[in-house]
Design a protein around this ligand. Structure first.
Ligand code: MN
Ligand code: MN
Length: 309
């Protein structure tokens, strides 16, 4: 049956017709997105969060999330995750478009969108945007589920108390999340940029920081209860994902990330993929890699959907 379904033209639950899809490339107000969340029958909804407001180095193009979504939704692409979930199946997945951000109140907007998605029982996948967005996303998540476990892939621990005089920097989201009690545990993989200050923060917050140099001894975490998965694309070696602001060689492969995702227990309730910079990409390969990770995350989110948090 699967091969047959693949031959059918897809519509917008992977099924955006061309006109509908370009309409989704426009930025949506917070209220428009909230209406779309309520109107969607899909279990997993993807929402773009294009902001570079708290990026310390480079600004990304505002269509970065859309470019990843476009790779994910390509008609000629394979709609199946590796766990055989068919993203084009009924009520499984829908891309709702990108939020209008880069405003003074952008964290309030993101928190509201996040809390709405979780409160309405969706399993959202957010597509960034710089990594600062994870703080308001997890703030909204904790309103609904309480403190969650976080599985974090990154070259950087993002635990700075303050970076370039900005406590909301994309180098600081996990310091804010942990000091607010929004996470019960934080497991990081792929880290290869620890500084003495960030080492002190790892100890202060009891972070499970799995450094790249120890990767042969890594063990997948054992979670019970709700888990949030956050993927900074610079966790990957730049050979796999050059389209990031901070290219840090000696990183993870796509398969390394998928292995940990597959092996970790717990119920994944939400996720993000952040830090895509189209201007630094090479032949769109990073968007393709991000779309692959997105497809596998949707597969996991949908599989874990039967279990209530
Ligand atoms: Mn990073
Ligand atoms: Mn990061």
């Amino acid at each position: 049956m699967h091969w047959f379904k693949q031959c059918l033209p897809h519509g917008l639950s992977l099924q955006l017709g061309i006109g509908m899809f370009s309409e989704h490339s426009k930025l949506q107000s917070t209220n428009e997105l909230i209406d779309r969340i309520h109107a969607s029958s899909a279990a997993v909804v993807a929402i773009g969060l294009p902001t570079s407001k708290n990026s310390s180095h480079l600004r990304a193009e505002s269509d970065a999330p859309f470019r990843i979504a476009r790779e994910l939704l390509r008609d000629e692409g394979n709609p199946f995750a590796e766990n055989a979930k068919d993203l084009s199946g009924p009520d499984i997945f829908e891309y709702l478009g990108s939020a209008e951000l880069e405003s003074e109140d952008e964290f309030d907007r993101i928190r509201k969108i996040s809390a709405t998605a979780f409160r309405s029982g969706k399993r959202p996948l957010f597509i960034g945007g710089d990594h600062s967005v994870t703080y308001p996303i997890v703030a909204g998540l904790s309103e609904v589920h309480g403190p969650v476990s976080i599985l974090h892939f990154d070259a950087h621990p993002d635990l700075y108390d303050c970076f370039q005089d900005n406590p909301l920097s994309h180098a600081s989201p996990f310091a804010r999340i942990l000091e607010n009690g929004f996470a019960s545990s934080l497991w990081q993989f792929g880290i290869r940029t620890l500084t003495p200050h960030q080492c002190a923060q790892v100890r202060r917050f009891g972070v499970h920081c799995n450094e790249m140099r120890d990767h042969k001894r890594w063990k997948a975490p054992v979670f019970d209860g709700p888990v949030y998965v956050t993927v900074d694309l610079d966790a990957l070696d730049p050979a796999f994902a050059p389209g990031v602001a901070h290219q840090e060689p000696g990183g993870m492969s796509v398969r390394d990330i998928l292995d940990i995702l597959n092996e970790c227990s717990g119920m994944v309730v939400g996720s993000d993929i952040v830090e895509y910079h189209p201007g630094r990409d090479v032949n769109g390969i990073t968007a393709i890699v991000a779309a692959k990770l997105a497809r596998e995350l949707v597969g996991r989110l949908d599989s874990d959907c039967g279990v209530r948090a």
